[in-house]
Ligand binder design. Sequence first.
Ligand SMILES: Nc1ncnc2c1ncn2[C@@H]1O[C@H](COP(=O)(O)OP(=O)(O)OP(=O)(O)O)[C@@H](O)[C@H]1O
Ligand SMILES: [Mg+2]
Length: 293
Amino acid sequence: MPNDDTDALKLIGLAGLKAWPRSLCRKQGGAGERGDDGAAAVSVPVLKERPMTPVGQARTGWISPVYEACRPVKVELPALLKNRCIAADASIPEVESFRVLRNLVAQYLEQQGCASRTLMVTSALPREGKTTTAVNLALTLARDLSQTALLVDCDFMQQQVHSMLCYQSDVGLLDYLLYGTPFQEIAVWPGIERLTVISGGKPTHCCREILSSRGMREVLTEMRERYRERSLVLDAPPVLSCADTMALARLVDGIVVVVREGKTARGDVVKAVEMLPKEKVIGIVLNKVPKHA
Ligand SMILES: Nc1ncnc2c1ncn2[C@@H]1O[C@H](COP(=O)(O)OP(=O)(O)OP(=O)(O)O)[C@@H](O)[C@H]1O
Ligand SMILES: [Mg+2]
């Protein structure tokens, strides 16, 4: 797992994650609208935080996922934390950011009247924190007793989800789509209640048009419909460096755009958000924000 920083765990504390900063989120605003700081604001829907009904609350009850349909692997908490999968430990204060994100996502899907919950996590450019956000969001969704989460690695050029979750895997969604590898062989249960993961295989640059293929559409439908109370979290490639990301965007219910604070140019964020279907952009997660900011 590549590591930009000197001290993984300390930096989780220092470089937290903020959801939907006011300066980047404007309701109905055009790309040229000005933010609080006078800079151009990105046109994405504003999401007001409010006490919300957790997804599926009306249908409370324990969901028992069928783990025998998956390959079980064992992941260790210290290794997960070292890789910044902080939501594996609910007692870490920064996990609250992911709970807020989970609630905002649920609120958005509820407002949109989405029956299914397929979410895509992307960014304008590489290395902004997509995989970290997707993994922690999936871990946080899986903590909600009323649903299960399926985390799917759709960034075929990276295939980093399984290494971030500290397990080996030679097969992933690409193997299912290209070679017909059975679902039970690609789906993994990492020993975390209500979470299933699909990630693995060799990273490939020959993934053109796979994300937009009929097979991809069908498998997403199948994953969505198999269990009604399941959220799908797709770790997607960056918008500006992979044309297929837009094809994937057409198949999901909501999109979370991760922006690395202080690194990504505002123009790139604006361009990426404008390329995505506007009505599906749930909001922007500003990542690696210094704690004092
Ligand atoms: N909030 C954060 N605090 C500290 N480090 C972080 C944070 N978010 C991500 N990182 C680190 O930044 C690096 C890049 O993160 P990540 O792999 O999630 O980005 P990515 O957008 O998925 O990259 P790629 O485009 O290569 O797939 C990783 O080393 C990760 O541990
Ligand atoms: Mg990644």
